[in-house]
Ligand binder design. Structure first.
Ligand SMILES: [Fe+2]
Length: 252
């Protein structure tokens, strides 16, 4: 049975509901969430609730920052972070509902392994911190260190750039792969797959990004969604910086 793997939702309800609809149309109901459900966007509560049923819920750096601290957040990102915290503690909602949100956050894990498939947010080395980006393919030492920790397949988010990396130091965009990759063709190579970002794509394509996985084939999906509604919500909230809306329109 296929699973959907979602990363970096960033409180973007319109993008998340678009992905959930698309999953539904494909008959996919199982969700693995790779973290950063909240942060940046205007609907943290709603996005958390929609993902309560995730089979795997990985801790992102934004969840970590909301629960503990955001030491490496700049002042603008910190203000959005404080706004997010206030939303989760909002007295406009039942206290038990707020507890449910915080309880869900507290169940999130840094790394989950299911047989030879691993799930984490940033990288297996430093789960909520380390980025892997296409330029890292030239950094053989870094990539070898990461692949050492992977049994066969690892799904990540964090950079918001959908991409595929293999242990023979090759890499490719989903487009270059025709939107899908058959893991049976890897031989004894290992693979690291960034699913892209549901709610804040940064590869120059503003469409929402996620993957489905049936155990053999990983399919990348890009979908248009009602980005203007998300943008308008951010503009309407003075504590979320406007540039977080502007970037959604261009996928940067
Ligand atoms: Fe993120």
């Amino acid at each position: 049975m296929s699973i959907a793997i979602l990363a970096d939702i960033h409180a973007n309800l319109e993008a998340l509901t678009r992905v959930l609809e698309d999953m539904e149309s494909r008959g996919v109901r199982r969700i693995v969430c790779l973290g950063d459900i909240l942060g940046y966007g205007p609907n943290p509560r709603e996005c958390l609730k929609l993902l309560f049923s995730s089979e795997v819920a990985i801790l992102g750096n934004h969840e970590e920052a909301v629960m503990f601290y955001g030491e490496d957040f700049n002042p603008k990102a910190r203000e959005a972070l404080e706004w997010t915290k206030d939303q989760l503690n909002s007295t406009a909602h039942e206290r038990t509902e707020n507890y449910d949100l915080w309880n869900f956050l507290s169940t999130m894990q840094q790394v989950v392994e299911d047989g030879d498939v691993m799930y984490t947010h940033g990288s297996p080395r430093i789960p909520t911190r380390e980025y892997v980006v296409p330029a890292d393919s030239r950094n053989h030492e870094k990539m070898a260190g990461i692949f050492e920790l992977i049994k066969r397949v690892c799904f990540i988010g964090h950079s918001h750039i959908p991409h595929v990396y293999t242990s023979d130091m090759k890499h490719a965009s989903p487009d270059a792969l025709g939107g899908a990759i058959d893991l049976r063709k890897l031989g004894d190579r290992k693979i690291l797959i960034n699913t892209g970002s549901v709610g804040q794509p940064r590869d120059g394509d503003p469409r929402t990004s996620y993957v489905t996985f049936d155990g053999n084939i990983v399919r990348f999906h890009r979908l248009e969604y009602d980005v203007q509604t998300t943008v308008d919500k951010i503009y309407a909230e003075p504590r979320i910086p406007n540039f977080l809306a502007d970037r959604l329109l261009v996928g940067r």
